[in-house]
Design a protein around this ligand. Structure first.
Ligand code: ZN
Length: 157
């Protein structure tokens, strides 16, 4: 049995700016509207449900809200050098240097802010914060960069 939560339909979306160091086009600062999707695979429990949607939706909304209207800064040891000084985030990528107010940034523990790495980050966040019952066998997270294109990752439990 598989539960599916579609971020576009549920309004679990966020708008954010990012850049992908080393990419011919996406290395320039730009933005997307993102949606977070989730699939939960498992057996029905005694209550005839795999899992209550409510809790998982709340966490996905929390994550979306945390990232919404922020600059996504890759703080996980990738190509970008990230330093916080006097309430400003200094980002260095090769010859480029960005300085953002710290309050405008979401520094994320990923090497780069690709949809793939954002999906993995959100999956790790959920696994850390949500208790899944034994009948849940796998959790998948999808992150769309605009409608129709995105990355999915799956973790067996
Ligand atoms: Zn992009």
């Amino acid at each position: 049995m598989r539960l599916k939560l579609n971020g576009w339909d549920l309004g679990i979306t966020f708008a954010a700016a990012h850049f992908i160091p080393g990419h011919h086009k996406c290395a320039r600062l730009h933005g997307h509207v993102y949606a977070i999707h989730c699939e939960i695979e498992g057996e029905e429990g005694e209550d005839y449900m795999v899992m209550d949607f409510t809790e998982i939706k709340r966490f996905l909304r929390d994550i979306a809200e945390t990232l919404d209207h922020h600059v996504l800064v890759p703080g996980g040891g990738g190509e970008a050098g990230v330093e916080i000084k006097d309430d400003y985030v200094h980002v260095t990528v090769g010859e480029k240097r960005y300085v953002f107010p710290a309050e405008d940034c979401a520094i994320i523990d990923v090497p780069t802010t690709s949809a793939e790495e954002l999906a993995k980050f959100i999956l790790r966040w959920l696994l850390k914060n949500v208790e899944f019952s034994e009948n849940v066998k796998a959790l998948s997270i999808g992150v769309d960069e605009g409608k129709g294109q995105g990355a999915w990752c799956v973790q067996k439990l």
